[in-house]
Unconditional design. Structure first.
Length: 316
């Protein structure tokens, strides 16, 4: 066999070393991630500036005894405003009211939203029309929605009492008023929950369900061991966003009850101190505490879902 055309072994090695190499997928992913960060950086900077500037201002004001009505009597307070708020039973009453509304509304919204998400996913005919109809309540301004629910349950102008044949004064009692407020929030924001959960349901492949069905898994087992674990990230986003938003509830309470009959929430308490009583120090302290509560909610949700992920990934 002739070897006249074969070059020296060293030349073959050099040619192989100089040949273009395909870039690794990891390098491509890093480059794409870097590009995404650069493109989103301006928007992130603007959002942080818009969000951080009021927060810093509120944190600074919370350290002062300051009222708009007595500008000459301002004095440095340190952390005393926070102590005044935390030792006041009204703060803890409002926190409890806010927690009850948050847990009640988010829990119901998750169940209803998950059902609507499955309905929108499985709809074959008029799928776009169905999704549009479901999202209509979310497109209504919260104040407008709150006024509609207020007039519907008002004994003199509403029709709810006529439906049930009662003369209940819904807004004269704490729990009935909170029930109406929760109903308005559920009706308004369940479409948002269903939209986020629909994004998670789309990630669940029908082949996975079919494989589980072949293995003998029932409907409940497929839901709890296949569907929910796969869409856990979408569930985290939906629950986290709605819980943080529900904890800051203000519009519905302001329109329906004005905080009367122990229906005041933390956001309404901050508004009342800042606007009605012009107590900038105390109101800012409440606002900072509200922000801290929202951060705590975010931390607990992320911690909880990380624990669930580790448990789901562990061998049985």
């Amino acid at each position: 066999m002739s070897t006249a055309l074969a070059g020296p072994p060293g030349e073959a090695a050099d040619a192989a070393a100089k040949a273009p190499r395909h870039k690794k997928p990891r390098d491509h992913a890093q480059r794409m991630r870097r590009t995404g960060l650069l493109l989103s950086a301006p928007a992130v900077v603007i959002m942080l500036a818009v969000a951080i500037a009021p927060l810093v201002d509120a944190a600074w004001l919370s350290l002062w005894h300051k009222r708009l009505t007595t500008p000459d009597a301002n004095s440095f307070a340190g952390l005393s405003n926070y102590w005044v708020v935390l030792k006041d039973p009204l703060w803890w009453t409002d926190v409890w009211t806010t927690v009850v509304l948050t847990i009640g509304t988010v829990a119901v919204e998750f169940v209803l939203g998950f059902g609507l998400a499955q309905l929108m996913q499985r709809a074959i005919h008029l799928r776009r029309t169905l999704r549009t109809i479901v999202l209509i309540p979310y497109g209504i301004v919260t104040v407008v929605s709150a006024y509609a629910w207020r007039y519907a349950f008002d004994p003199s102008t509403g029709f709810v009492n006529d439906w049930f044949g009662t003369d209940t004064a819904w807004f004269d009692n704490r729990w009935s008023a909170l029930f109406v407020i929760a109903l308005s929030e559920i009706w308004k924001t369940t479409p948002f929950m269903s939209l986020l959960l629909l994004g998670g349901l789309i990630q669940v492949s029908p082949d996975v369900h079919e494989a589980a069905r072949v293995d003998g898994a029932g409907a409940w087992q497929r839901l709890t061991r296949v569907t929910l674990p796969i869409m856990k990230q979408a569930i985290l986003v939906a629950l986290l966003f709605r819980t943080m938003d529900a904890f800051r509830i203000f519009d519905s309470v302001f329109v329906m009850t004005g905080g009367a009959n122990d229906t005041e929430t933390v956001s309404f308490l901050a508004y009342r101190q800042l606007v009605s009583r012009t107590a900038l120090g105390l109101g800012s302290a409440i606002s900072v505490l509200l922000f801290a509560c929202v951060l705590l909610i975010a931390f607990l949700f992320i911690k909880l879902f990380r624990t669930d992920v580790s448990q789901l990934g562990s061998p049985q």
